[in-house]
Design a protein around this ligand. Structure first.
Ligand code: GDP
Ligand code: IMO
Ligand code: MG
Length: 420
């Protein structure tokens, strides 16, 4: 019984939430292992939309939910997600690793202040304090979940951190801090008391369950947002590739089933190079038909064709065993569909994604064009019933990537899925 790790193969928003919800049905435990509430995952069941950013997307299947230490937690956001389900009669079965770090208000202020100072070089951060919470965590300044639930320790740690960060914000960024230490302490102490019952050791619980229970590890964001291997610095501040699951959860390296989630075209939110981007009517078509608006940021997502150079790199980093291809229905009606097969970089043709951002910025995409299809595909349940050109598109991706497509998502609804 291999655990499955779910990874976004592009710049996030591939439809991971929908696929986690689907697979959770036949699983016992869903573990969210990275990122924070900058992630936004939407699950749609019987026309009702369930937006999630911290609770694992297995919540609607009423599974055991774990949040591992790789996740940074905004306690107010987590509490409101828990409340949202409570009001619908779902009592979440949640365990949060005591080592997880807590996002404090000053992390958000630092995010806002540094983004403002970067001008046109800004990352396009959601300014939710994710990067600064990881900075504190990595530099051992963090307030961990076990500190949050202990008012005495919380007070001591907060007193040290708040004074330091206040000085930094006011003197370096000229940022006016108008919250008092006492107010923050009072608010966070209350969050801690409310969340206390969920504390545990996720690493140990996962370890005990390996081989006995079916586990899904839910990765947030996407491969190209990986803080080291993505389009740095236009990335998030955490690792998003499959191998990071071992250290973010805390269990030994072993064979996992790696499921890559690939949107049938490419989108990205925020700044940074995007070779396959379409700044034309087709780009607008994908944005509007695909309802490509950030779940959390509410920003329009930039859109472009599917990029095989990116996907080959994603496959090299993650080792996909199979893929879920999502939002294929969005392409219906286009007369032709293009796929990026290589880049023209400084007079050279390459199929390798550049490791240098400066080089990537100069790359021009080279396309292969495929015929489109016209009949709607959202109600289709069997692969063979998909239009011929639609199957050709899927099989071209499989051939170019040498990875099988196992799931085909043809609509936002939980039921709109084909298993190949
Ligand atoms: P995630 O961050 O990877 O979980 O993806 P998001 O939830 O942020 O964005 C994906 C969006 O597309 C959500 O609004 C989903 O409801 C929607 N979606 C998922 N799969 C499909 C699909 O196959 N077709 C369509 N039209 N929408 C989909
Ligand atoms: P899901 O899990 C899309 C992007 C932001 C921004 C950059 C840095 O829904 O796929 P940060 O707030 O981390 O400082 O932002 O990363 N970003 C995402 N884009 N989907 C996500 O997650 C993202 N998480 C971060 O838009 O450009
Ligand atoms: Mg999302």
């Amino acid at each position: 019984m291999l655990p499955t790790v779910i990874i976004g193969a592009q710049w996030g928003d591939e439809g991971k939430g929908k696929i986690v919800d689907l697979l959770a049905k036949n699983s016992d435990i869903v573990v969210r292992f990275n990122g924070g509430n900058n992630a936004g995952h939407t699950v749609v069941v019987k026309s009702e939309r369930f937006p999630l950013s911290l609770l694992p997307s297995g919540v609607l299947q009423k599974k055991k939910l774990f949040i591992s230490q790789g996740v940074v937690i905004a306690p107010d956001v987590l509490l409101s997600e828990i409340d949202f389900f409570k009001k619908r009669g779902v009592e979440v079965d949640l365990l949060i690793d005591r080592r997880s770090n807590i996002i404090m208000p000053y992390h958000r202020w630092l995010d806002a202040a540094t983004e403002a100072s970067k001008g046109d070089k800004k990352v396009g951060s959601l300014k939710l304090g994710i990067g600064y919470c990881y900075e504190d965590r990595n530099n051992r300044h963090g307030i961990r979940f076990e500190d949050l639930i202990n008012p005495k320790i919380l007070k001591v740690k907060l007193e040290i951190e708040f004074e330091l960060v206040k000085k930094r914000l006011e003197s370096v960024y000229n940022f006016k801090v108008d919250l008092k230490l006492g107010q923050i302490y009072k608010e966070y102490k209350t969050y801690g008391l409310k969340l206390k019952k969920y504390i545990g050791d996720v690493s140990w619980e996962v370890y005990k369950s390996l081989g006995l229970r079916k586990i899904i590890f839910e990765g947030a964001h996407g491969t190209f947002l990986d803080g080291n291997f993505g389009t740095y610095p236009y990335t998030t501040a955490v690792n998003t590739i499959s191998g990071s699951v071992f250290s973010y959860v805390g269990f030994p390296p072993q064979k996992l089933n790696v499921l890559g989630i690939v949107k049938a075209y490419t989108t990205r939110v925020g700044s940074g190079p995007f070779p396959a981007e379409l700044n034309d009517d087709t780009g607008t078509f994908l944005q509007e038909r695909g309802k490509e608006i950030g779940t959390v940021s509410k920003r329009k997502r930039r859109c472009g064709w599917l990029d095989m150079v990116m996907l080959k790199y994603a496959n090299r980093l993650n080792g996909f065993d199979c893929l879920a291809l999502t939002k294929l229905d969005v392409l219906t009606g286009l007369p032709f569909i293009k796929i990026v097969t290589s880049y023209q970089c400084g007079g050279k043709l390459t199929e390798d994604f550049p490791s240098s951002l400066t080089e990537l910025e100069k790359c021009k995409p080279i396309f292969k064009s495929l015929p489109g299809w016209h009949d709607t595909i959202s109600g289709i349940k069997r692969y063979q019933n998909l239009p011929k050109n639609c199957r050709l598109y899927i099989e071209t991706i499989e051939k170019l990537l040498k990875v099988p497509v196992k799931y085909i998502s043809v609509g936002a609804e939980r039921s709109e899925i084909i298993i190949k």
